[in-house]
Design a protein around this ligand. Structure first.
Ligand code: AHG
Ligand code: MN
Ligand code: MN
Length: 334
């Protein structure tokens, strides 16, 4: 009987082609996958496990934490702290970095994650996800600080997300394209189901939270207006619209059938450059989207070229099908 290719097998085979690979990276990914299986189980059980609802606390971003924000953050920390592959971790849910505790060996990688993306959707049983990014700990650094995490997205070694939808899936890139794996709950393994995913360069579907329209800048207002005018407008074609409010679900839809996703710069809160976080959301998703042939920009610059200035920094995000992103970027040119 053929079992299919497991994620572990896929990574081992991919790493064999990398000269000097030690197997450490494969092991690290395995620990992340274990955490994702645990989270998938908790999300799947929902109220049966008593994990829905608010935790009654706030995170560093001033957002009310859901119980599952706290639980999933803890699962990621506990699954990844012990094995000796990491020097430190950073999460959307923690103000400071998490150095690997002294009872465990330290390794050469840094792990950055959004443990539960789209958490406003959890109580209404709509898809949520986990986003992660792997960086190298700078050479010679044994006691990493937040500054060691502030590397542009181009330096990511790998990035991926888990989508807890009707099926649980992992989409992963190590810089050699994007591959997708679906959890077979009977076997307990992720199996390769989506090989070398490519984002179609053209699309007639956009995703944006239109309730913020009055706060957008002119180029985004123009783009959306032109889409809304459909056949009768300058684009000469009808467009469709979606908004799940889980970035993981939006990016997944774009990987599978194309589209464009925007959480652009707005004037709602002048202290924030955008809503989404560069390190935990924008960079890993940009790496995946670019590896699948799409583009990702703030409107003014490539997201992965941004030199981060803070762990919890926010950026405008416009990503997806290449020709539409290029069009919006051109609207931003003076
Ligand atoms: P998180 O749940 O990690 O805080 O992220 C939610 C993000 C993102 O996933 C989604 O696209 C966006 O916030 C939704 O924002 P609105 O509530 O403004 O629609
Ligand atoms: Mn998020
Ligand atoms: Mn989150």
């Amino acid at each position: 009987m053929h079992t299919g290719t497991t994620l572990t097998q896929f990574i081992i085979e991919e790493q064999r082609r990398v000269v000097g690979a030690t197997g450490e990276f494969t092991s690290l990914l395995n620990d992340i996958v274990t955490a994702i299986k645990v989270i998938s189980n908790a999300v799947n059980k929902g109220d049966l496990m008593g994990v829905l609802g608010s935790a009654g606390s706030e995170n560093i971003q001033g957002e009310t934490q859901k119980k599952l924000d706290v639980i999933t953050n803890d699962v990621m920390l506990r699954s990844n702290e012990w094995a000796g592959h990491l020097a430190a971790m950073a999460s959307e849910e923690m103000e400071d970095i998490f150095p690997i505790p002294s009872q465990f060996p330290r390794g050469k990688y840094l792990l950055v994650f959004d443990p539960l993306d789209g958490s406003s959707n959890i109580d209404v049983n709509i898809s949520v996800g986990t986003i992660f990014s792997i960086l190298r700990c700078p050479d010679g650094v044994s006691e990493p600080t937040a500054a060691d995490f502030l590397q542009p997205g181009t330096r990511q070694v790998a990035a991926g997300y888990a989508l807890y939808g009707p099926s649980t899936m992992i989409m992963l890139t190590t810089g050699q394209g994007v591959n997708g794996f679906t959890l077979d709950r009977d076997v307990g393994e992720f199996l390769l189901t989506h090989r070398d995913v490519r984002i179609t360069p053209d699309t007639r579907e956009f995703a944006i939270n239109a309730s913020n329209e009055r706060f957008w800048e002119e180029p985004v207002q123009r783009y959306v207006q032109e889409c809304l005018q459909g056949k009768e407008g300058p684009r000469g074609e009808n467009f469709n619209m979606r908004w799940v409010a889980s970035m993981v679900a939006e990016v997944h839809r774009i990987l599978i059938r194309g589209g464009i996703f925007m959480y652009p710069k707005d004037t709602k809160d002048p202290k924030k450059a955008g809503k989404l976080r560069l390190m935990y959301e924008a960079n890993p998703m940009s790496f995946i989207v670019e590896q699948a042939g799409g583009l990702s920009s703030t409107g003014r610059e490539r997201i992965m070229d941004i030199q981060p200035t803070g762990l919890h920094q926010r950026v405008p995000v416009i990503l997806g099908s290449r020709n539409e992103v290029e069009r919006i970027v051109s609207y931003h040119k003076p």
